[in-house]
Design a protein around this ligand. Structure first.
Ligand code: ZN
Ligand code: FE
Ligand code: FE
Length: 294
C-alpha cells in the first residue's frame, strides 16, 4: 500500500500541514521549502518541527517531501544563478535535519542552450557541494517533461547525474506521472514496461516517490500542464494501474493536481477506494485554477 497525500501550503507552519493532511486522510504530503519563486525561507520554528514529527509518528505517516523552489537552476550558465541554487539547496538540506529521514525533491535544471553534456556534470557537482555524510535526508531528482531545455526528461540523463553523485546512498528519483507522459514514456499502454526500462537504466531501488498527476496534453508534448485525476490524457484506468502497482507499495504518492483542499480530499478518497478494491472511477472532480505546483 502506498502512502497518499498532496502538495500543501506551508504558510501556517509544519504542524499545521500535518493536521491538514490527516484531516483529508493523507498520510504523507509535500511542501515548498520556501516561496517557489526563490527568496528567503522563514526562520525555523523548532517546536513546530517537533510537533510535526510527533504527529507523523502517532498517525503512521510515510516520509514527506520537501520540494525545492522550482526556479533554482543548478546548471545555469550564470555563475550567480548557480551559486544561488547551491546556497538554497545547502540551506534547505540542513534545515531538513530537523525533520529527519524525509525527502528533498528538486528539478535538475535547464541547460538553456549549453547542452546536456555541459549541464549534467554541473548538476552533479552542485549536489556534491551541498550533500553531507551525516544527512538523513534522501535527495530526489524529479523526472521532467522536457519543456524548453529541461534536463531530466529521460531516465538515461537522470542516471548520468546519479552516477556522478558521491554520497550515492542518499540520492534517488521521484517519478512525476504528468512529466514522464509529457516526456514521451507510454504509461497509458505500458506502465509496467516503463518501470522495466527505469529498472534497466536507473534501477528500481532508486525509485523513492511518485508525483501523481494527470496531464492536459498528449504523450510526448513536453508541455508540463497538470490535470486533475481522470480529467486528462492518463485517465482513471492509468491512475488505477499506477497506484495499485506492487512496485509503488510503500512509496509516498503525492498529488500536484490543480486543486484546492476539497478537491485534494476527493482525489485522496477516490485513490483510497481504488486501493481498497471498491474503486468508483467515475467520480466527478471539477478542474480548479491552474496553480503551479511543480
Ligand atoms: Zn509539473
Ligand atoms: Fe512534480
Ligand atoms: Fe516538481
Amino acid at each position: 500500500m502506498p502512502y497518499i497525500g498532496c502538495h500543501l501550503s506551508c504558510a501556517k507552519g509544519f504542524y499545521h500541514m500535518g493536521l491538514t493532511a490527516s484531516q483529508i486522510h493523507a498520510d504523507t504530503f509535500q511542501f515548498f521549502t520556501r516561496n517557489p519563486r526563490g527568496g528567503k525561507s522563514k526562520p525555523l520554528d523548532l517546536e513546530d518541527c517537533a510537533k510535526l514529527r510527533e504527529l507523523m509518528k502517532e498517525q503512521h505517516f510515510g516520509p514527506i517531501i520537501a520540494h525545492a523552489p522550482y526556479t533554482i537552476n543548478p546548471c545555469s550558465q550564470s555563475e550567480s544563478v548557480r551559486e544561488f541554487a547551491v546556497q538554497t539547496m545547502a540551506e534547505d538540506l540542513h534545515r531538513m535535519e530537523y525533520l529527519p529521514g524525509n525527502f528533498y525533491n528538486f528539478h535538475p535544471g535547464s541547460h538553456v542552450g549549453q547542452g546536456a553534456a555541459y549541464a549534467i556534470p554541473v548538476i552533479a557537482d552542485a549536489l556534491n557541494q551541498v550533500m553531507f555524510p551525516q544527512q538523513t535526508t534522501v535527495v530526489l531528482l524529479e523526472t521532467m517533461a522536457g519543456k524548453g531545455s529541461e534536463i531530466g526528461a529521460t531516465f538515461s540523463q537522470l542516471q548520468e547525474i546519479l552516477e556522478k553523485v558521491c554520497l550515492n546512498d542518499k540520492i534517488g528519483v521521484c517519478i512525476d506521472t504528468c512529466h514522464i507522459h509529457d516526456g514521451g514514456y507510454d504509461i497509458i499502454q505500458d506502465f509496467d514496461g516503463v518501470l522495466t526500462q527505469f529498472d534497466k537504466e536507473i534501477g528500481l531501488k532508486r525509485l523513492k516517490a511518485i508525483h501523481l498527476n494527470d496531464s492536459r496534453n498528449p504523450r510526448g508534448s513536453h508541455k508540463d500542464r497538470h490535470a486533475c485525476l481522470g480529467d486528462g490524457y492518463l485517465g482513471w484506468e492509468t491512475v488505477r494501474r499506477i497506484i495499485c502497482h506492487p512496485q509503488i507499495a510503500g512509496l509516498p504518492v503525492v498529488l500536484e493536481t490543480p486543486n484546492e483542499l476539497d478537491g485534494y480530499a476527493r482525489e485522496i478518497m477516490a485513490l483510497r477506494q481504488i486501493l481498497s478494491g471498491s474503486g468508483n472511477c467515475r467520480i466527478t472532480i471539477h478542474i480548479g485554477q491552474s496553480n503551479k505546483k511543480g
